[in-house]
Design a protein around this ligand. Sequence first.
Ligand code: GLN
Length: 497
Amino acid sequence: MKKGTRRVLAMCLACLLVIGGMFFPVAKTAQAVDVVNVGTNAEFPPFEYINDDGEPDGFDMAIIKAIGEVEGFDVKITNMEFKSLVASLATGSLDAVIAGMTVTDERKQSVDFSDSYYTAVQCIVIRKEDADEITCLADLNGKKIAVQEGTTGDILCTPGEDNDVITDENTTVQRFKKGTDAIVTLNNGGVDAVVIDQNPAENFVANNADTLTLMEDDTSTEEYAIAVQKGNTELLEKINEGLAKIKEDGTFDKLVEEYINDNATEETTEKGFFANLKYVFVDTNGYQLMLKGLGVTIGISVCAGILGVILGFILALMKLTETRKKRKTVLSRIAGIYIDIIRGTPSMVQLLIMFMVIFRSRYAVLAAILSFGINSAAYVAENIRAGILAVDVGQMEGGRSLGFTYGETMRYIIMPQAIKNVIPALGNEMITLVKETSIVGYVAIVDLTKAGDFIVSRTYQAFLPLIAVAIVYYILIKIMTWALAVIERRLRQSDNR
Ligand code: GLN
């Protein structure tokens, strides 16, 4: 085997070891029994929501922590989409779920439920101006209804065997990831009603008292319970025992008082533009959430960018063995397959596979860095390869006839010229990368986009937070573009074109 090929192989092996090493701790910590990994969807006030510090908080969080305290386990909260909770439990990436989750026969097939800790009903939220027109469930026929995807409200509005509430074919149901998005849409006039559990419904109405109201109607009662993986009787028993203990010693009632009964919500009054700006970004700590989110966006982008450039460079060299040998080599084939697969699949799917399948819903930031780094490498590799190939062949011949080896010619003659060709494309890739990281919210990371999303949930306003997020991204990209232009100008200083 040639020296160059050996070097590339050694580099690949080193990279694999580094990546493999990163997975190792995952396998080890997954065994720990004293930390219970609890999933929730912090979009369901007062049971779960994001507090002023950007952390999941609420009745459910307090309950599970109190149970942990009396039963001697620590609780680690993972905030994710409601729809993914049962699946994450079934695959073992979560140990328990507490999310105002109703016990249903269908869910019972995949998970086991604890004793019930709360009884609820579904409510219908409508705009005040429609209160005369929509007075009972039948009035929803032919209307546009919003629900939170995968919830009992969704089941209630989906025509099916067990459901005859909404029978009219003209009724449309829009499914949102979050209850708050449904409420914002209702406020904007995009739908006519939102079907959601009673306590969040009351909370949403209290926060939008001048525009929204509740429609009174009876729907059957539901029981909330904590879910565990099917067959995990050990944890289930602990939870039931803990629940009984905190009910007995009065902790439970105290938490009901604190989180549910005292759930004082501010009266909304019409605010002027500047007062509203202050409310959205200062009073509710929005600017701090955004700053934290910006730090996360920059951190993930920088780490993934560095990983992408290193991996991409190795891949480019692997592919170039083909040009040198004038036939396909093992290395060029491997690089070709890598690039083909990564470029042929959406980065969102790659991120979900990395986080949920490989990392089993732990170490989200590391999973995101690896996923974006691996994704970026495929594009960087092609940029670098194109940059090297753009250097005139005469340069290689010149180097070799001066007595340089292939490696030396590459290093001293080709690469310095190739870098100039590569920088603009590489810069573009980095800009794309920063914007692409905005999907990390799907794996429970609070980046800049997700921070904006939280502010929407907390303030029920979409315009200001989303425009602010867009402006911050724009400024970030502007700074990058400017830095790139400076680098490019410096590199081209020696050119006489
Ligand atoms: N109780 C509803 C359900 O279990 C909604 C729960 C939620 O949105 N967190 O489907």
